[in-house]
Design a protein around this ligand. Structure first.
Ligand code: XMP
Length: 514
């Protein structure tokens, strides 16, 4: 079965994967390709996929940058429909000979566009639409073979199409929720312009993944690093289904786990009848981190030590294969993402740089997005605590404790984290939240406890809403819930004298504090 497919050209924009996911949500397969993919490579892809359209994503570059990414002009010869978004819109306009200049006024955030012609991608839209814009450069004019479909006060060519070919450009981002009719715009492109059939479904991918593991491992033995996060859990559960007793899962307890985390993971995976090894290495990690305060150094040390522990165990088991829960965005980010800025070094159990020579590294989730993984987790009957688990950073509480890590601080952070979790879940708010946790700051403040002066830690509560962690907003939690959290923390944790609520969005902040 060849899926109807839309390829998304990656110009380094943070929204690139969002476009891919939005397309798949409509039952149409989508893959991300490097922005400079050659027409011949796309022709080759046609052997396994029915490529029906191309999207040029946004990106941080300016079309005027000397090294700005460009698509191969030969791409147009394929006669496939093209949709350029934001930077993609500008690139199409520039290559066509349009005039692009820095905007008189940068547009960032919600904007209102006037739809001059509701046709093609814009079919069925009203005269004025709310969209999400984020750009400095602006298309001021476009050659005569194109027609303008929409404009804003500052942007005369906010949308265009070629008069004969199926080429479209939108200055805004239809893939983000803030663009009110973004879904309709994408649907128009997928079904009206590209004429795709929605013939892709996740069940086929799961069956394929299980078969692939069976074939790859054969009579051999495999090992997997299990963190308790959803990706490594799903990879382990899929592998258990495919190869059962030939699998060893390793859970490294570095000591920065949430309370009861190791026991929880053990309970879930005992049912799967695989060989599960829990490595209790708390002391080893703490020793390595003595005196370290720099967040990036902490991350690096934990990441490296984690790998050492895993390698030692892998060596002993004699497994020839490594199964990793690397998901689609992990893979693309490490391979193709040449134009995005690095914000912080993520440690992710799913994609460890292991030095041991395995016969093969098997990545059964390599084509899945996060929300698809959730569906697979449900299909595999993993408990809902795993399916709806909040993301938890690889270095764990270590990046939620500012300054040097000590046993005392780890103990406080665990208790504080537990209180936030319990109170949010008790109030039933968790479904709409991306993450909720406590951060133990290295600031101290004065308080009064039982009529006595107390001088203790300041704990920050971080609760955010997000769809994909690229952007996030602090959650407007009812004051009564915040009050319960603060009262419990100061009552139940002797060392805490003050609780503050983090009211910063991402950007400019990140979700984690370190
Ligand atoms: P930031 O702090 O960059 O976090 O806004 C974005 C999302 O990523 C999670 N995060 C990590 N996940 N390994 C992971 O697997 C890590 O090292 C890591 N650091 C942050 C964070 O919890 C948020 O959901």
């Amino acid at each position: 079965m060849k899926y109807d497919t839309i390829l998304v050209f990656d110009f380094g924009g943070q929204y690139c994967h969002l476009i891919g996911r939005r397309i798949r949500e409509h039952g149409v397969y989508s893959e991300i390709v490097p922005h400079d993919v050659k027409p011949e490579e796309i022709k080759l892809l046609r052997g396994k996929l029915n490529v029906k359209g191309l999207v040029f994503s946004g990106g941080p570059a300016s079309v005027y940058d000397l090294n700005a990414p460009r698509p191969d002009p030969g791409i147009y010869e394929l006669n496939l429909p093209v949709l350029g978004l934001c930077f993609g819109h500008q690139v199409i306009a520039q290559m066509a000979g349009g005039k692009i200049e820095p905007a008189r006024q940068r547009e960032y955030g919600i904007a209102y566009v006037i739809i001059d012609k509701p046709v093609g991608v814009l079919k069925g839209l009203d005269n004025r639409e709310k969209v999400w814009m984020s750009h400095g450069d602006t298309v001021f004019s476009i050659p005569a073979e194109y027609e303008v479909l929409a404009h804003t006060k500052n942007c005369p060519v906010a949308a265009f199409r070629h008069r004969e070919k199926r080429i479209y450009g939108l200055q805004w981002h239809p893939e983000v929720v803030h663009t009110e009719k973004g879904t309709q715009m994408l649907r128009n492109f997928i079904f009206e312009v590209c004429k795709c059939e929605p013939n892709w479904k996740i069940e086929d991918m799961v069956e394929k993944a299980v078969k692939e593991i069976e074939t790859d491992i054969g009579d051999g033995k495999a090992i997997t690093a299990l963190s308790g996060g959803i990706d490594s859990s799903v990879a382990t559960a899929l592998a258990a289904k495919a190869i059962g007793a030939k699998l060893t899962a390793v859970f490294v307890d570095h000591g920065f786990m949430r309370e009861n985390e190791p026991e929880f993971v053990k309970n879930v995976f005992e049912k799967f009848k695989i060989d599960l090894i829990v490595a209790n290495e708390q002391e080893r990690f703490l020793r390595k981190l003595k005196g370290v305060v720099d967040p990036e150094k902490k991350r690096k040390i934990i990441g490296e030590e984690f790998i050492r522990v895993f390698e030692e165990i892998a060596d002993k088991t004699g497994a020839e294969y490594l199964i990793q829960g690397t998901i689609y965005p992990d893979r693309i980010e490490s391979g193709f993402r040449k134009f995005s800025d690095k914000i912080k070094t993520h440690h992710n159990v799913a994609g460890l740089p292991i030095k041991i020579k395995f016969k093969k590294i098997v990545e059964p989730l390599r084509d899945f997005y996060k929300d698809e993984i959730r569906k697979v987790a449900k299909m595999l009957q993993l408990p809902k605590e795993i399916v709806f688990r909040q993301p938890f950073p690889g270095p764990g509480l270590a990046v939620r404790i500012i300054g040097e890590l000590t046993e005392e601080k780890i103990g406080i952070a665990k208790k504080a984290d537990k209180i936030v979790t319990e109170e949010i879940e008790r109030s039933g708010l968790e479904e709409n939240l991306w993450q909720y946790f406590a951060v133990l700051t290295d600031t101290k403040a004065t308080g009064v406890k039982g009529d006595m002066r107390a001088y203790g830690y300041v704990v920050a509560v971080r609760i955010v809403e997000s769809r994909e962690a690229m952007t996030a907003s602090f959650a407007k939690i009812p004051h009564t819930v915040l009050e319960r959290i603060s009262t419990r923390m100061t009552n139940e944790i002797a060392e805490v004298t003050r609780v503050v609520y983090d009211i910063t969005h991402k950007p400019p902040a990140t979700i984690e504090w370190e």
